[in-house]
Design a protein around this ligand. Structure first.
Ligand code: URA
Length: 357
């Protein structure tokens, strides 16, 4: 069993208690933080919740001052049922009746002994199913197609999960990687465009005249960020072949580490178009923020960022810099490594697409 464990500064007092409890019982996926320095609980909660939602962990335990902030944030993620429990019986029932998959604990309210009793009651209980399953299924049915939080949507579709697993696999060939990146990009745009406006029309079938609907003249544009974004373009164009395509090239200045523009060619009427910016990897967010600023400086307004894999740091940075931009990602991974690569991620998307390494 894998348990995602995370805390903020106020929950830090319980971190060693929880880690000690699981030492012989489960593998811990450490979602931070590892010091008592001030930390924002949503960052930790969303990281752990994404791990549970995407099957990287079977369950989670989150600690903050009351456990409530962690529960509120974690419950934004599809498939997560999180609650703060203050006594053993509530914790047992939360598993038995609600199939609670993330237990939240309040570091300011629970002594280590009480926290252990709550944890043990939850961990030792089993979901009873039956009438409770029907009720838990109603919660699942109320969830949208995707997890959506503050303009961020994480796809939760079986086909996307399946294809992403093959994309991540280091043994997947360049050919298959390229095909699957196109396919996932297409699936994502299929979903993102579900609210495009339609107009009423009529069509003559070989049998009769029928009422029908067509896209209401919406102008679309795809803007890949060079070079890895190119891998997503054909998949998107296969669904919206009339979209115009722009290109943005940015490189990272080795001294300042800031992105620098080396190419930008956008459709002339970009300000009238709904724009899909394509970049498979949203890592630190620096490139995406710069690309979005470039498009806005040329008049682009209605913009969505479409990425395959994102790190929480990148999502946060883009969301803070461009809160009006919808961020659509196929998978949210736990963290970045020291070189800014997403872990577990899929490696260097450009190299894997073009076979350049
Ligand atoms: N770019 C990549 O191609 N991969 C990462 O993990 C991060 C940035």
């Amino acid at each position: 069993m894998i348990v995602a464990v995370g805390c903020d500064h106020a929950g830090f007092v319980l971190r060693s208690v929880v880690l000690g409890y699981f030492e012989s019982k489960a593998t811990v996926l450490d979602c931070g933080v590892s010091t008592a320095e001030p930390a924002d609980y949503p960052d930790v909660a969303l990281r752990a919740a994404a791990a549970v939602s995407e099957g990287q962990a079977d369950a989670g335990v989150l600690m903050c001052g009351t456990g409530i902030g962690m529960a509120l944030a974690a419950n934004k993620v599809k498939g997560v049922r999180a609650a703060s429990c203050f006594d053993a019986e509530t914790a047992r029932l939360a598993k038995a009746h609600n199939n609670l998959n993330i237990l939240c604990l309040g570091g300011r309210f629970l002594s280590p002994d009480r926290a252990l009793a709550v944890l043990d009651a939850w961990h030792g209980a089993s979901f009873e199913g039956g009438r409770h399953l029907a009720r838990v299924n109603k919660i699942a049915a109320a969830e949208a197609v995707t997890f959506s939080s503050g303009g961020v949507v994480i796809f939760n579709h079986p086909l996307v999960h399946h294809k992403m697993t093959i994309i991540r696999d280091k043994n997947t060939s360049v050919k298959e990687f390229r095909e699957l990146v196109e396919e996932v990009a297409g699936l994502m745009v299929y979903e993102i465009t579900r609210n495009l406006p339609l107009s009423e029309t009529r069509v003559e079938t070989p049998m009769a005249s029928a009422a029908a609907r067509t896209l209401a003249g919406k102008k679309l544009a795809v803007v890949p960020v060079l070079r890895a974004g190119l891998g997503m373009v054909n998949g998107i164009l296969s669904l919206i072949p009339n979209a115009k395509v722009g290109h943005i090239g940015l490189y990272r200045d080795p001294n300042t580490l800031e992105p620098v523009e080396y190419y930008c060619k956008l459709p002339q009427d970009i300000q009238e178009r709904e724009i899909f910016v394509a970049d498979p990897m949203l890592a630190t967010g620096g490139t995406a923020v710069a690309a979005l600023s470039l498009i806005k400086a040329r008049g682009g307004r209605k913009i969505s960022l479409v990425c395959l894999v994102a790190a929480p740091e990148g999502v946060k940075r883009v969301h803070e810099a461009h809160p009006d931009v919808g961020i659509f990602i196929a998978a949210l991974d736990p963290c970045l490594d020291d070189h800014g690569y997403i872990v577990p991620g899929l490696g260097d998307a450009g190299d894997r697409l073009f076979g350049s390494k």
